[in-house]
Design a protein around this ligand. Structure first.
Ligand code: ZN
Length: 203
C-alpha cells in the first residue's frame, strides 16, 4: 500500500522527529508503516524515504538504490558519483558521524520538493549507528552516493531539507536540469551559474 508524500510547507517536514523504542519497532503498526514506506518509495520512485515525509514524526527511514535505477545512467556518471546498488534496508534512531569531511557536490532532489533539484555539498564518507527493522544495533559505513542518501534522510528526521544546504543559484526544475545542465561537468556549472568555489575535483 502506498501513501501520499507530503510536500514542502507541511509543518511535519520541519519538526524534529522522535525516537522509537525497540518494542515499538517490533510492533505491528510500525512494521506496517515500514511496508508502506517501502511501497511508497518504490512507487515514487525514490532511493530513500523518511517517516516525516508521509506525516509520521518518527526517527525512521527506508533506503534502497536498485539495479534498475542505475541501468539508464551513464557509467562515467555512476563512477563520478560513487553510485552503486544499495539493498533495501531500514534505519531507525540514526546517529551520524562524518568520516571524511571533504565534500562532494552533485545535484540532489527530494520527493517532498517534487520536480526540483539543486547542487548540494555532502560529506564523502559517513558512519551511521542505528537500529534495524528488528530493533537490532547496526553500523553502516557509507561512501559516495549512499553516504549522500543517508545524510539526506537523517536531515529529514531533524526537520532539515536539502534546500537548507544547497548552492541556491543551482536550484532548478528537473525539466531544466535535464534540458540544460545534466551532462555538464562541475567546472562548467560553477562558471555558468556563478557558484562559490567548489574546491578541487574529488574522486
Ligand atoms: Zn527528501
Amino acid at each position: 500500500m502506498t501513501v501520499n508524500i507530503r510536500q514542502v510547507g507541511e509543518p511535519v517536514l520541519r519538526q524534529r522527529a522522535r525516537p522509537l523504542t525497540v518494542e515499538e519497532i517490533r510492533s505491528d503498526p510500525i512494521q506496517r508503516l515500514i511496508e508502506q514506506m517501502r511501497d511508497t518509495m518504490r512507487e515514487a520512485p525514490g532511493v530513500g524515504l523518511a517517516a516525516p515525509q508521509i506525516g509520521q514524526s518518527l526517527r525512521l527511514a527506508v533506503i534502497e538504490d536498485r539495479e534498475e535505477y542505475l541501468q539508464g545512467i551513464d557509467p562515467t556518471i555512476l563512477q563520478e558519483r560513487s553510485r552503486t546498488v544499495v539493498p533495501f534496508h531500514v534505519v531507525v534512531n540514526p546517529q551520524l558521524t562524518v568520516l571524511q569531511d571533504a565534500s562532494a557536490v552533485f545535484f540532489e532532489g527530494c520527493l517532498s520538493l517534487d520536480g526540483f533539484a539543486a547542487l548540494v555539498p555532502r560529506a564523502l564518507a559517513v558512519r551511521v549507528d542505528c537500529l534495524n527493522e528488528r530493533g537490532e544495533s547496526v553500523v553502516l559505513q557509507a561512501r559516495g552516493w549512499y553516504a549522500r542518501i543517508l545524510q539526506h534522510e537523517i536531515d529529514h528526521l531533524n526537520g532539515a531539507l536539502y534546500i537548507d544546504r544547497m548552492l541556491s543559484r543551482s536550484f532548478m526544475s528537473i525539466d531544466n536540469l535535464t534540458k540544460h545542465w545534466s551532462d555538464k561537468p562541475l567546472s562548467h556549472l560553477q562558471a555558468a551559474l556563478d557558484l562559490p568555489d567548489l574546491g578541487p575535483p574529488r574522486t
